[in-house]
Ligand binder design. Sequence first.
Ligand code: G4P
Ligand code: NA
Ligand code: NA
Length: 194
Amino acid sequence: MELLKQKILKEGTTVGPEILKVDSFLNHQIDIRLMQEIGKEFHRRFKDHKITKILTIEASGISIASIAAIYFDVPVVFAKKVQSKNLDAETYKSSVYSFTKEAYYDVKVSKRYLSSDDHILILDDFLANGRAALGLIEILDQAGATLEGVGAVIEKGFQEGGQILRDMNIHLESLAIVNRFEDGKITFIEQNQT
Ligand code: G4P
Ligand code: NA
Ligand code: NA
């Protein structure tokens, strides 16, 4: 997605060879017009699927999923990572390993909001090693729901998440795929536009 790539080049900064900071429009401040174009683009790429819900994970996935959901006209469910007394007792749950935090954390979704009738699109900001996406897939498997696809705003092409999901024959759409950063320089892996 050209507009997104231009924004990454203009405002993205790198931290070492593997971390891309996009706090000015995605992870701290949110550029809502860009989000709208991202939402439209996900809809364009997944519109041939029958989707009943968009599933994401708190916190950064929520704004992306919410704006995309307007175009699909479906609800958003976000998996919770933070323990809360308010969460229903009956939950689907998976344990996710975070490479950046070097620790496991639980993600939970109330059984109320996912069922075997659901056709799910998973959306998130980053696809790195894919552990968050795999955790969400485990949750929708527990619910007996159908996975229709996974969308990432930014895929880090040098980490294994993209390969794992493609090897599982999952319809994966990444709006920008970045290479490992050499001397702080951001470059993209070109994709065949469908
Ligand atoms: P994985 O899920 O793909 O295996 O990745 P990992 O555990 O390494 O990622 C943990 C968190 O870091 C996720 O957000 C993910 O979106 C984010 N992340 C991974 N690589 C980058 C990067 O290069 N830049 C930025 N800005 N974020 C990255 P999270 O900790 O769950 O936090 P939240 O922001 O969604 O609350
Ligand atoms: Na995230
Ligand atoms: Na994040």
